[in-house]
Ligand binder design. Structure first.
Ligand code: HPA
Ligand code: ZN
Length: 334
């Protein structure tokens, strides 16, 4: 089997996906039109043309502007459903989706509108495609800890729909320690803990995510490789890294895909996984991310199976379900 077919066919999990980052220009225009929102761009092509980023902040400015046309529960349903259809087409059987409540509540959209639209699509995908999912509520780190606490408070009515809390947005200048108290409270509430760290920020931010937030997973984590001791601890504790190759190139954290560190991560014993981050903006969903690193780094079927197994192991699925899927993957290999 060609490696590309192997990648397409193997059942996969996705663990690092911002639902707002799946907003394809075509759908954005459609939703903007029905809500009477005027976009800054005149056409889908013009909008796509703007997707050239010098760094994370360049991207975030466009990403937050893009969310403005999302207003009703139906909008959040359509956004999520369109990702799930895509995921199903790529043989993703389990997905853990981040959403940014503050990007919406900050412009007057109720928390309930956002989460109810997303959740209904997740339930429909479970019924129609058999895709299982978990939701990760991410706090925006460029805002203050009080705003994160308010968001945690709003989420309490929907606690059973949310598996984990996360930390995203502008990294440099906003270390994990800024959110020490709200993560402690979230942990007490029973949420799993994720945080973006080491995407643009230094290895110290990954240490803080580990030691101060007690994370279950690190999102990105690339810059951990600059600190040998940190690599040792991450490997020892089996802390997964949710790596996003095309995102890293698009946001210029890696100069070209041939220099992507994911193989190095595996060689150092790190539990690296492959994910798409914001696929509408970065040029590909999970399969395209696998294909990009497989081609550039000469990965073989065994490497792909390792990465896919890592994703299921790193997921928040319960142990029985994980074991069952992972055993099935061994059969797939033959
Ligand atoms: N990094 C930080 N925040 C984000 C990202 C990202 O890649 N995507 C959406 N919010
Ligand atoms: Zn991300």
């Amino acid at each position: 089997m060609e490696l590309k077919d192997f990648i397409r066919k193997i059942p996969k999990a996705e663990l690092h996906l911002h639902i707002e980052g799946t907003f394809e220009p075509e759908l954005m225009f459609e939703i903007a039109k029905r809500n009477g929102v005027k976009l800054k761009y005149n056409s889908v092509d013009e909008l796509r043309e703007a997707y050239k980023f010098g760094n994370l902040q360049d991207f975030l400015d466009i990403y937050y502007a893009g969310t403005n046309s999302l207003q009703t529960k139906q909008d959040f349903y359509d956004l999520t459903w369109s990702y799930l259809k895509k995921a199903n087409g790529q043989n993703i059987i389990h997905t853990e989706i981040m959403f940014d409540p503050q990007a919406h509540t900050g412009r007057g959209i109720p928390f309930s509108t956002v989460i109810e639209g997303i959740k209904e699509a997740l339930d429909d995908a479970a019924k129609e495609f058999g895709i299982t999912s978990n939701l990760i509520m991410s706090f925006l780190r460029h805002l203050d800890e009080r705003s994160a606490f308010e968001t945690l408070e709003m989420s309490k009515d929907y606690k059973e729909w949310i598996t984990a809390v996360g930390l995203d947005s502008s990294e440099v200048g906003h270390p994990p320690s800024k959110f020490k108290n709200v993560f402690a409270e979230s942990k007490k509430e029973g949420f799993k803990i994720c945080a973006h760290a080491g995407e643009e920020g230094p290895p110290e931010y990954v240490w803080e995510a580990l030691e101060i937030l007690s994370v279950d997973r690190i999102d990105h984590g690339n810059r951990s490789l600059e600190d040998e001791k940190l690599v040792e601890v991450l490997a020892d504790k089996k802390i997964p890294l949710t790596v996003c190759p095309l995102s890293n190139v698009k946001l210029r954290n890696v100069d070209k895909i041939e220099n992507h560190p994911i193989k190095k991560m595996l060689d150092k014993g790190l539990k690296a996984t492959v994910n798409s981050d914001d696929p509408a903006y970065f040029g590909g969903y999970v399969n395209e991310n696998f294909e990009a690193v497989a081609g550039a780094l000469n990965l073989n079927e065994n490497d792909i199976v390792t990465l896919v197994k890592n994703s299921f192991e790193a997921s928040f699925l319960d142990k029985n379900k994980k074991d069952k899927i992972i055993n099935g993957l061994d059969a797939f290999k033959l």
